[in-house]
Write a protein that binds this ligand. Structure first.
Ligand SMILES: [Zn+2]
Length: 242
């Protein structure tokens, strides 16, 4: 059966005006959060795949991904081209630009959303409310000091649904890993800039560290609070002292 209902290509509101009930439910803003290594980026790509196979058209966005600008990557080897979200990117403008080019945008996959600006989170909410775009945001809730990232805080405040990602990552002690520790030169950091690039895959023994010797480790609350990185780190620390 064919349909003469206008698509989102020109004007998303035209679809509603024309009675396309598919769009009347409105969009929603969903935030999936968890510590590093819990599978957020993998879930983001799965979400994109699930929507795309139903014929929906979306955009994948990320920022400061470990693979570099313009790419969403996962620790288990999946990846996809993505729009790099710089601090001055107007996400509403980006979507409207696509519409002007005749490209449908039904949904957004926003990885590393805790590193977006608060203004960009507001733009996502606007797209949901005024244009029925579905937004799926993925990111960390808290920084290495266990304080909320501003963008994550805004997502908690505005999102229709907030979900802790259920793929459990464990602390070295076996408890659920909830918090990200920043490890600088082998010790847990308690102060510093909120965003410093590092990874959880870095192997200090192989010299695989950033120039500043920064890495991240997921810990349970108890061990984050006392700053205990586990027996392996303690052994490495002793070796470093020799
Ligand atoms: Zn622990």
């Amino acid at each position: 059966m064919t349909s003469s209902v206008p698509t989102l290509d020109e004007d998303p509101s035209a679809c509603v005006a024309a009675g396309d009930s598919r769009l009347r439910r409105g969009g929603s803003l969903k935030f999936f959060y968890g510590p590093m290594d819990c599978g957020k980026s993998t879930l983001a790509l799965q979400m994109d795949y699930n929507h795309a196979r139903q014929g929906r058209r979306g955009l994948v966005l990320t920022t400061i991904d470990r693979a570099g600008p313009g790419r969403l990557s996962t620790r288990i080897g999946l990846g996809k081209e993505a729009v790099e979200v710089g601090t001055d990117l107007d996400i509403r403008g980006l979507v409207r630009q696509r519409w002007a080019q005749g490209i449908r945008v039904d949904y957004l996959i926003c990885d590393e959303a805790s590193f977006y600006t608060v203004a960009q989170i507001e733009q996502l909410a606007d797209l949901v409310d005024t244009s029925d775009v579905d937004v799926y945001a993925f990111g960390l809730a808290t920084d290495f000091r266990t304080s909320l990232f501003p963008a994550a805080q805004r997502l908690f405040e505005l999102a229709d649904e907030v979900t802790r990602v259920q793929v459990e990552v464990l602390c070295w002690c076996g408890r659920p890993g909830l918090l990200n520790a920043r490890v600088v030169n082998g010790g847990i950091a308690r102060e510093g800039d909120q965003v410093v690039i590092g990874d959880t895959d870095a192997d200090p023994a192989a010299g695989d560290t950033t120039a500043d010797d920064v890495r991240y480790q997921v810990l349970c609350r108890r061990h984050h609070r006392v700053g205990d990185l586990g027996p392996t780190a303690r052994a490495e620390g002793q070796l470093r002292l020799v």
